[in-house]
Design a protein around this ligand. Structure first.
Ligand code: NG1
Ligand code: ZN
Length: 521
């Protein structure tokens, strides 16, 4: 471990420039083994830097049911990663004592990476570091090679649920058949099922090969997926991918767009999805996580209603959700909304407090949670002889729709299938979808400051608490712009302060973001 370097287990595990990070990966292998002994279940270790550039890398642990590492263990991870080599054994002893870890238990690690180890040398040594760390505690490691992040979450949850043979193929079979089952039902009532192609920018990441496999299992006669940015020539996340498209509000470099064609982008590890298109005047139209959440939630709500099933449905957003998406859901659709700080672990936790929780970050990371009891209720309604045929049909569609969702974590591939299925069912083109509400123009910016941690926020990151003069300054700027809203927060994954602004026009949103950036600076 180099001296004077501090790392912390942030929103998405540890992340940083790949060179010199072996010690972090080694220690996370050890921590995963200890956690596995404690939980008496397999633990996942994923090597990914998500939407970050190719020279970055990251590692995160996955808990037994495919959920993010428990928050109480994030601080243990940070402490373990930061001690000197001399203090390492002592720190491990402390963790073992404080968590009462039965060392004699066996441990099992499921491991995968999003980067090809053959053609990227640092990835190979980082992977070895994890495996070495895990075997220092005698853990048995199953190396799954290349997977998307959500695939590892899925495999881990199935494995710990008793399906010990689960593998990547199982993932494709499961979701391909769920999608086909829903489409079968949906197209029964149509004379001419429409299948127009969807072009998917895979950010030159692992998603390209995996999506190709999934599409093959479904069949080209049922879904027409054109893979773009498959990694053959371009670099990972460079001028492409969900983060680039969302933040730049433009198409990936080199993509020739046609009006009203459906385009989608994944990020590098395929846990984010956004859609976009051009309108008839060739204006770029983004359908981000907020629009996907609105599509999912209204579809679920409509079918619950048609099936006369009474369940509590909620949408969970962060401060980045477009103001008009929030207005649309609350005022026009009457759907309950909750807001949490950035980071899917917060959204996921909140989603679980509803019978059915739909959560999405505006950047396209999101999924749906539904507890087993509610799922059973929906399944039972599909066959309930006391219900009308129409009610049973709606319940059946809802059950099949929920089967397409990877409940463990946001999954770009599953979310793509879910969007495509709803559009088919509704007979909607992308045009009807983006018109459900019009987004307020918005802008994201980053400001580099000496120490971003001096900014403290409250109210789900919508207000700055410290330094105390900053929030009044932001309020004053916001007042100058119609429909203005702005907030700032320290990033959990980059050494920057993020600024968000929205207003009635793009010019005003840009202006407000710039003024607030200056106030932060
Ligand atoms: P930070 O760097 O804390 O803003 C970013 C995303 C999060 C989340 C994490 C993990 C934005 C504004 N922030 O976090 O939503 O996805 O990365 O990858 O998109
Ligand atoms: Zn990601």
């Amino acid at each position: 471990k180099p001296d004077n370097v501090r790392v912390s287990y942030g929103t998405a595990g540890f992340r940083g420039n790949a060179s010199g990070m072996e010690y972090v990966f080694f220690r996370m292998g050890m921590l995963a083994a200890l956690r596995s002994k404690l939980k008496e279940a397999a633990i996942g270790v994923m090597v990914t830097a998500s939407h970050n550039p190719e020279h970055d890398n990251g590692v995160k642990l996955i808990d037994p049911q495919g959920e993010m590492l428990a928050q109480s263990w994030e601080s243990l991870a940070t402490a373990l990663a930061n001690v000197t080599n001399d203090q390492l054994i002592e720190q491990l002893k402390q963790i073992i004592d404080s968590q009462k870890i039965p060392l004699s238990n066996t441990s099992f690690i499921k491991f995968a990476s999003v980067v090809g180890r053959a053609n990227w040398p640092s990835s190979l040594s980082l992977s070895r570091a994890v495996l070495d760390g895990a075997s220092a505690f005698g853990a048995t490691c199953h190396d799954h090679g290349l997977l998307t992040t959500p695939q590892l979450h899925y495999i881990l949850a199935c494995y710990n649920g008793g399906d010990i043979k689960v593998d990547e193929e199982h993932y494709y079979q499961n979701y391909a058949s769920a999608f086909k089952a829903l489409l079968n039902v949906v197209s029964l009532c149509k004379l001419n099922p429409v299948t127009s192609p969807v072009t998917v920018d895979c950010a030159n990441g692992v998603g390209a090969a995996k999506l190709t496999k999934l599409a093959e299992r479904i069949g080209a006669n049922i879904i027409d997926i054109v893979v773009y940015n498959d990694g053959q020539s371009g670099k990972l996340n460079e001028n492409c991918g969900a983060d680039y498209v969302k933040v730049q509000q433009r198409a990936p470099a080199g993509l020739n767009m046609e009006p009203f064609h459906r385009y989608a982008s994944f990020d590098g590890d395929a846990d984010r999805l956004i859609y976009y298109t051009l309108d008839s005047d060739c204006n770029f139209i983004l359908l981000d996580g907020d629009k996907i959440a609105a599509l999912f939630a209204t579809y679920i709500r409509d079918n619950l209603k048609k099936a006369s099933i009474n369940l509590r449905l909620g949408i969970i957003q962060t401060a980045y959700a477009n103001g008009n998406s929030t207005n649309f859901l609350i005022n026009q659709q009457n759907i309950e909304i909750a807001c949490t700080p950035t980071g899917v672990k917060y959204l996921h936790e909140k989603a679980l407090t509803f019978d059915i929780g739909v959560y999405f970050e505006a950047n396209g990371h999101g999924t749906i949670t539904v507890n087993q009891e509610c799922k059973n209720k929906i399944s039972a309604a599909a066959f309930d002889p006391n219900k009308s045929a129409e009610e049973r049909f709606a319940a059946k569609k809802l059950k099949l729709f929920l089967d397409i969702i990877n409940q463990t974590v946001g999954d770009a591939m599953c979310d793509l299938l879910a969007v495509e299925a709803i559009l088919q069912d509704k007979n909607w083109s992308v045009k009807e979808w983006y018109r459900i509400y019009t987004e307020l123009p918005n802008r994201q910016a980053k400001v580099q400051v000496a120490d971003r941690r001096i900014i403290e926020t409250g109210d789900a990151e919508r207000k700055v608490i410290l330094p105390s003069m900053l929030q009044p300054a932001i309020d004053e700027l916001v007042r100058k712009y119609p429909s203005g809203r702005s907030f700032v927060r320290p990033s959990g994954t980059e050494d920057v302060v993020r600024v968000y602004a929205e207003a009635n026009t793009q010019e005003n949103a840009d202006d407000l973001a710039q003024q607030v950036s200056l106030a932060v600076y």
